[in-house]
Design a protein around this ligand. Structure first.
Ligand SMILES: [Zn+2]
Ligand SMILES: [Zn+2]
Length: 232
């Protein structure tokens, strides 16, 4: 009788409702997209799909197939390791209005070569996940190598915290003075989850500078979006 009711329910319910969650959960949104991507390897397709089918309300363990042309500025960073910018970035939730995923655009990630596809599930469980967030799999079209798309987890916070984001950006700035660089970097490496940290701000990032006659205060509008009031 139960199975009869279930099959009737299936007929009545539109297919975009998850039987487990009773609404259009993450799993349904991933499932709808299955026909729009293919890795070219059945084992990887299944591996990725399985993580997406388990998503329901939690997308933390989800993997995606990420075409290699979604990465730029790919540079070698170690043995079988590369740093790259990922245009789309990882998913953090579903946007109902846009009917698409909200993502952390232009994020820095690590690409790590997968040597044996058969081991990937085991590798993922035992080794990679301890120190990394695992976002998906890609394939270098020149070498045909499959690669994991990862990010380093902070050893203190156990996720990709502010300190990690700052550290990834160290190569993109210098004050021109090693002591000042070190001073700012040390503070940035200690912030973890607080919002405020020191930044090196090049003078050309300020515009509309108005100098007050009396207290040498500059009201500046910082191009990057914050309004600052301070002495220079
Ligand atoms: Zn569900
Ligand atoms: Zn941290």
């Amino acid at each position: 009788m139960d199975s009869f009711i279930k099959s009737i329910k299936k007929l009545i319910k539109p297919s975009n409702i998850c039987e487990e969650c009773n609404y259009t959960c993450n799993t349904i949104n991933f499932q709808r997209n299955f026909e729009n991507w293919i890795s070219g390897n059945g084992y990887i397709d299944k591996f990725i799909q399985d993580t997406q089918l388990l998503a329901h309300e939690n997308i933390k363990e989800v993997l995606e197939w990420i075409p290699y042309d979604r990465f730029y500025n790919i540079t070698k960073s170690g043995f079988e390791l590369y740093k790259a910018y990922w245009i789309d970035g990882n998913i953090y939730n579903w946007n109902d209005k846009n009917q698409n995923w909200n993502r952390n655009n232009n994020m820095i990630v690590t690409l790590k070569r997968i040597n044996n596809l058969k081991n990937i599930a085991l590798e993922f469980m035992n080794e990679i996940k301890i120190d990394h967030e695992f976002y998906g799999i890609t394939q270098n079209p020149e070498t045909n190598n499959y690669m994991m798309v990862l990010n380093d987890k902070c050893k203190i916070c156990n996720y990709v915290c502010n300190a990690i984001h700052f550290q990834q950006n160290f190569i993109n700035w210098t004050s021109g003075n090693d002591d000042i660089d070190k001073f700012i970097q040390d503070i940035q490496l200690s912030v973890h989850y607080q919002k405020k940290a020191l930044e090196w701000m090049p003078y050309d990032r300020f515009n509309n500078t108005i100098k007050s006659k009396f207290c040498k205060t500059y009201i500046t509008k910082w191009i990057d979006g914050k309004t600052k009031l301070g002495k220079i």
